[in-house]
Design a protein. Structure first.
Length: 204
């Protein structure tokens, strides 16, 4: 009888409130991880935006350098032409030391590095007066270039082409220069200038 009463009893449905569903797309996760499992890359997060890059300051060289000539040369090989770069550089400290170097490589940066090493290897020290001039007239010939350097107090540096570059980086002032040949090859002019400066004698 009890079973019959329970089966015939009216059934009332009680509405059940649905639990609120969190919006996972908009809200960040509590453990600071995005959907792919990695740390969030926001600007303020621990794994976030990268700050400004700070590069270590370059160590300044004691020599100033000037590139006076850059040439692209080609070699004819069995598979075609191969191009290299030839770079001529003058370096100096403007205190009496100066050198000219030549470097050849497939890349200009490597050619400049080789030329700088070559210039340091062939560096000379110029004997100057207290005013930065030279004590007597000198001249030299290198390959097809012939140059002359004459002291001239109070005139400043009167020079052109690669001679001016060499004399400026050597710290030589109050001189007049002459290029006695017709060549315009800056490398041979620069080396002739260095050869002439190396002939300077001391006061003794």
């Amino acid at each position: 009888m009890a079973d019959t009463l329970i089966e015939n009893a009216p059934v009332t449905e009680t509405p059940v409130e649905a639990a609120p569903v969190a919006d996972t797309a908009a809200a960040p996760r509590a453990d600071n991880r995005d959907r792919r499992g990695g740390p969030q890359r926001g600007r303020g997060g621990p794994g976030g935006g990268r700050g400004p890059r700070t590069r270590a300051p370059r160590e300044r060289s004691e020599f100033d350098s000037v590139t006076i000539a850059v040439r692209r040369v080609a070699r004819v090989m069995a598979g075609g032409r191969r191009f290299n770069f030839s770079v001529a550089i003058v370096i100096g400290d403007k205190k009496g030391r100066v050198g000219v170097g030549l470097g050849k490589a497939a890349d200009t940066a490597l050619a400049i590095e080789k030329a700088t090493r070559d210039a340091k290897k062939h560096m000379i020290t110029v004997r100057r007066t207290e005013t930065g001039s030279i004590r007597h007239e000198v001249g030299a010939k290198y390959a097809s270039s012939t140059v002359s350097i004459i002291p001239s107090p109070g005139r400043g540096l009167v020079a052109g082409s690669a001679m001016r570059t060499v004399l400026e980086l050597a710290g030589v002032n109050d001189v007049i220069t002459k290029i006695l040949s017709r060549t315009k090859n800056k490398l041979t002019i620069a080396r002739a200038t260095v050869e002439a400066l190396s002939q300077l004698q001391s006061r003794s």
